[in-house]
Write a protein that binds this ligand. Structure first.
Ligand code: AMP
Length: 549
C-alpha cells in the first residue's frame, strides 16, 4: 500500500485532488474502460489538454459547461477539465428527453455541452441547442476510447448508431478540434469556499428541479470525510466498480472523487446490465462496489450467481434509497463481503452518514454522521425545536459538505435552512449511540385517518416475504381515511405468490392502520434514472384513477 497523499484543504480547489494523485501515482491505472486503461499521468495530460481547449473557447469563472455522457473516460476528463478552466460542471443525464434538457440548459445558463458521438444522445441535445441557447456542442468519439480493434469494429458495425452532424456548422466541435493547437492552460484562481464546482440538479423536497450549488470545498470535503469515516480503503491499490452513472452525485463522490483521491483504478461501466456486470466483476476483480439497493437486489436474485467469482469485493456501499435489511444480509452472505449503507442528498455532495465498516453496523440504520457533520432532529410542526434521542422529526445537518444554496432560487434556499442547519426533508431519529434511522420522506408520509403511516415500514415488511423481489408503498386517496396505503410488488423468478397470501402475511407484520388497502403484483416497477424505485409514476397513475380526490 502506498503512503496517503494529502490532497485538499478548504483552501485548495477540487482539482488539487487530481493533481496530487497525478504526481503521486502517475504510473498507476486511473481508468479502465472495457479493458483499455489510462494511467494517472495520461489522465492528467488529457485533462490539461481539454481544459486548455475549453479556455480557448472562452470558458472562465462563471461559465457553465454541461456534461451529457454515459460513464466513459470522457466523463472524468471533462469534469476536471471544466474545473481547471475555472468553469462550473452541470451534470445532465444522457437519458433526459428534450423537454428536460431544454429546461436544465436554460435554467443553469449552460452554453457548452459535451456529448458522445452516439446518435441517441447527440440528436436530442442538437434538437434543443438553438432554442435552449447552447453555443457549442463538443462531440467525443466513442471509437477513440476503445481498443484499436474494438474501435475499428465499432466504426464498421455501429456506423448507423453514430451521430450525424456538420463539423463546420459553427456550433459543433469535435474533441480533436477542441484540443488541437490550444495555447497552454492558464491557471485560474479559484475561491474553493465560494466558487461553484458543480450544479447538481435535484427534485429536492418540493419536486421542482433546481440546481444545488456545490462549491469546490463542498465536494472535496465530502470525498475526504467518507475516506476518513470508512477508514478501510488503501491508497494505490483499490479498484472501484463504476456502474452508477457519474452524472449522479452519489457516483460523482464514491466512483470518481474518492478513488481519484486514493490513486485507485476506476472501472467504468457505461450501462447496467446484470450479466455484463457480473462478468465485469469476474474479469476486473474490483475491491469496492458502490451501488443502489436495486442493483444489490438484482444480484441476489441472479439465477446463476454461484457461477460468478465475487471474492475480490471487500466492501460495497449502498446509498440513494433505503436498503432493505433482508437484501443486505442476503448479499453479504452470497458475496462474502460487507455491504454498508450510507445516506445523503445532492445538496450535501452527497454523504451525510454511513455505517462504519469496521465498527458496529446496526440493522435498519444509515449509520453515523461522517466527520465534521452534525445532525439534528427537528420537530415536524415547529422546526425551531430540536428533539431528543429516539424522537422522530426532520433530519437536519451542518457540515462542510452542505451546499451554498439553490442556483438563482433564494426563496427555495431560505426554505431549506433553519438556524443555519440544512433541512433534508427526510424523517428520522437518532439512537443513544448517534446512529440515524430514517423513517421516511416528509412528502411520502401517508396521512391515514389521523395517523402518520410510514411507507418504508410496510415495504420492509413486504421484503420479509420470500417471494417478494421489490416493493413500493404509496398513499392513495381514501374517502373515509383521507389516504390509505397501497402496495406494488414484483415477485422473484420461480416464487409464485397471490395477492391474498401477501395480504395475509402482512397482517402479522404491520399494524391495522398500516395494512395496505390494495396490493398489486406487477412485472416491473418504475425506476429513476439511477435505478432507484420511483413512486412518482405510481402516484400519478393512482391520481388519474381518482380525479375528484
Ligand atoms: P437525491 O438528492 O436525488 O440523491 O435524493 C436524496 C434523497 O434520497 C434523500 O433525501 C433520501 O430521501 C433518499 N435517500 C438517500 N439515501 C438513502 C438511504 N440510505 N435510505 C433512505 N433514503 C435515502
Amino acid at each position: 500500500m502506498l503512503q496517503r497523499v494529502e490532497h485538499t484543504s478548504a483552501t485548495s480547489p477540487l482539482t488539487a485532488l487530481l493533481d496530487a494523485s497525478v504526481t503521486a501515482y502517475g504510473a498507476l491505472p486511473a481508468l479502465n474502460f472495457l479493458g483499455r486503461r489510462w494511467t494517472y499521468a495520461q489522465l492528467g495530460r488529457q485533462v490539461d489538454e481539454a481544459a486548455a481547449g475549453l479556455q480557448r473557447l472562452g470558458v472562465t469563472k462563471g461559465s457553465k459547461v454541461g456534461l451529457c455522457l454515459p460513464n466513459t473516460p470522457y466523463s472524468v476528463i471533462f469534469y476536471f477539465a471544466v474545473l481547471k478552466a475555472g468553469g462550473t460542471v452541470v451534470n445532465f443525464s444522457p437519458l433526459y428527453v428534450e423537454r428536460e434538457l431544454k429546461h436544465q440548459i436554460r435554467d443553469s445558463g449552460t452554453t457548452i455541452m459535451v456529448v458522445p458521438d452516439l446518435k441517441i444522445i447527440h440528436s436530442r441535445v442538437a434538437a434543443v441547442a438553438q432554442e435552449a441557447g447552447l453555443s457549442t456542442i463538443v462531440v467525443c468519439p466513442f471509437a477513440a476510447i476503445l481498443s484499436p480493434l474494438k474501435g475499428l469494429l465499432f466504426n464498421i458495425f455501429k456506423r448507423k448508431d453514430k451521430a450525424v452532424f456538420d463539423a463546420n456548422d459553427g456550433r459543433h466541435l469535435t474533441h480533436k478540434a477542441l484540443v488541437a493547437g490550444a495555447p497552454p492552460l492558464k491557471p485560474v484562481s479559484v475561491d474553493p469556499e465560494r466558487d461553484v464546482a458543480v450544479l447538481q440538479y435535484t427534485g429536492g423536497t418540493t419536486g421542482v428541479p433546481k440546481g444545488a450549488m456545490l462549491s469546490h470545498a463542498n465536494v472535496a470535503a465530502n470525498a475526504r470525510q467518507v475516506i476518513d469515516h470508512v477508514n478501510c480503503l488503501g491508497t494505490g491499490c483499490e479498484r472501484i466498480l463504476g456502474v452508477l452513472p457519474l452524472f449522479h452525485v452519489f457516483a460523482m463522490t464514491t466512483v470518481m472523487n474518492i478513488p481519484i483521491a486514493l490513486g485507485a483504478e476506476i472501472i467504468l461501466v457505461p450501462r447496467f446490465h446484470l450479466d455484463d456486470l457480473l462478468k465485469t466483476i469476474v474479469r476486473t476483480r474490483p475491491t469496492v462496489f458502490p451501488g443502489v439497493p436495486t442493483i444489490y437486489g438484482a444480484i441476489n436474485n441472479a439465477p446463476d450467481l454461484a457461477s460468478y467469482d465475487l471474492s475480490s469485493l471487500s466492501i460495497c456501499i449502498s446509498g440513494g434509497a433505503p436498503l432493505p435489511v433482508e437484501v443486505r444480509h442476503r448479499f453479504e452472505a452470497l458475496a462474502g463481503c460487507k455491504l454498508v449503507e450510507g445516506y445523503g442528498l445532492s445538496e450535501t455532495a452527497p454523504v451525510l452518514t454511513a455505517n462504519p465498516p469496521n465498527g458496529i453496523i446496526k440493522d435498519g440504520s444509515v449509520g453515523l454522521a461522517v466527520p465534521g457533520t452534525t445532525l439534528e432532529i427537528r420537530d415536524l410542526e415547529d422546526p425551531a425545536r430540536v428533539l431528543g434521542v429516539g424522537q422522530k422529526g426532520e433530519v437536519c445537518a451542518r457540515g462542510p459538505q452542505v451546499m451554498l444554496g439553490y442556483w438563482q432560487k433564494p426563496e427555495e434556499t431560505a426554505r431549506v435552512f433553519v438556524d443555519g442547519a440544512f433541512r433534508t426533508g427526510d424523517v428520522g431519529y437518532l439512537d443513544e449511540d448517534g446512529y440515524l434511522f430514517l423513517v421516511d420522506r416528509i412528502k411520502d408520509v401517508i396521512l391515514c385517518g389521523g395517523f402518520n403511516v410510514y411507507p418504508r415500514m410496510i415495504e420492509e415488511a413486504l421484503y420479509l416475504h420470500p417471494a417478494v423481489a421489490e416493493a413500493v408503498v404509496i398513499g392513495v386517496p381514501d374517502s373515509y381515511r383521507g389516504q390509505a396505503p397501497k402496495a406494488f410488488v414484483t415477485l422473484k423468478v420461480g416464487h409464485p405468490a397471490t395477492v391474498a397470501e401477501l395480504k395475509s402475511f402482512l397482517t402479522k407484520q404491520v399494524s391495522k392502520v398500516e395494512l395496505p388497502r390494495e396490493v398489486e403484483i406487477r412485472d416491473q416497477l418504475p425506476r429513476t434514472l439511477v435505478g432507484k424505485l420511483s413512486k412518482k409514476e405510481l402516484v400519478d397513475e393512482e391520481a388519474r384513477k381518482h380525479p375528484q380526490a
